[in-house]
Design a protein around this ligand. Sequence first.
Ligand code: C2E
Ligand code: CA
Ligand code: CA
Length: 388
Amino acid sequence: MVGHRVGDALLTRVAKRLQRLVRATDLVARYGGDEFIIVAERSDGAQLIPMLDRLIVAMREPFHVSGQELYVEASIGISTYPQDGRDADTLIRNADAAMYLAKSRGRNGYQFYRPELNRAAAQKLQLSTKLKRAVKAQALAVAYQPQIDMQTGQVVGAEALLRWHDPELGAVSPAAFIPIAEETGLIQGIGEWVLRTACRQARAWRDAGLPPIRVSVNVSPLQLERSDLVKVVRSALDEADWPAEMLELEVTEGALMRNADDAARVLHDLRGLGVKIAIDDFGTGYSSLSYLQRFSIDRIKIDRAFVQQIGRDDGYEALTLAVIAIANALKFDVIAEGVEFDSHRHFLVEHGCVEGQGFLYSPAVSGEDIADILRATGSQARQVIASE
Ligand code: C2E
Ligand code: CA
Ligand code: CA
């Protein structure tokens, strides 16, 4: 680790070294952290190759700052005048787009601007601006997908799923905006809000006299990395006066593997509160089975990708059976997602996976709709009891 002051001195050196390599008319700018952009005047892009070569060699050389020998990993984006733009704003924006690509490809990267880059970057920028506004305007909503005991048809839980309706874009899928929320840091606030909203909603169902159901909330890897997740969860439960045992958090394998030691500790503390933990999208990430033993887990979710191959692909069917067997062997509960057809339900129940969620039963719906569903199935349950 390098101290702040040394770090700043170092980055100034880096900028100076870059400056020496380019022409006097070229612009080198530090864009923040280890991000640099270069705007170069070249009529022919090929003319830039020798400069790029010199640049790569130069950056491999160590920097000497305060008696320390330091190596730098910089992300550099390059745009050229006049091909990539005719005014400073455009040129800088394009170099910036190239820099983001360099950065996303791992550190120590150099990328030239390409026209198609801007579209992707612009779309992302637009989405993140709109998302920020939506958060401020409280324009996000939470929908709930019922989780069913597929043997009795009883609703046993509900998974909270974010919904965002933008006036211009229409419904934006969480699959598209969650990654942006993660990149921009918005996920912390959004995630906390979902947690509080879901607990309050669960409490409201119960207050309305409906049969109590478990509520599941998706937790982003970034939330898991923040040490205050346990505090946030506890306060959401307290605030809603909702029992911890009736809250389940869904985490992905990826989230656990990213920072396994910290994740293990956080899961342990969460379970200490009484909260249940489910592994989402099980079997789709890269992970070793041994971690299942290591982490405190209550349930495995069979991924949609497996369920959807039931009746179609023997290999996937075998994998589905293997996941159920793993759950049984380790005494975890198991639930299937993406149950769309009765053939899915039949196969799953027959092989010991009794809980499921999916379009066969219901998509994610509003809290009021869940109340209606609970009223219907609740009365059905009472009927069964009355006739016994
Ligand atoms: P996920 O956790 O795997 O959620 C299940 C997704 O499958 C949901 O998509 C749901 O609407 C969809 N789905 C449910 N049943 C079926 C079915 O029978 N067939 C098919 N084809 N799809 C079905 P959705 O709501 O678009 O969410 C996508 C992903 O976004 C979620 O995947 C989750 O990873 C993420 N997400 C959603 N809400 C949150 C949130 O509050 N926090 C975080 N961190 N992530 C969230
Ligand atoms: Ca989930
Ligand atoms: Ca899933």
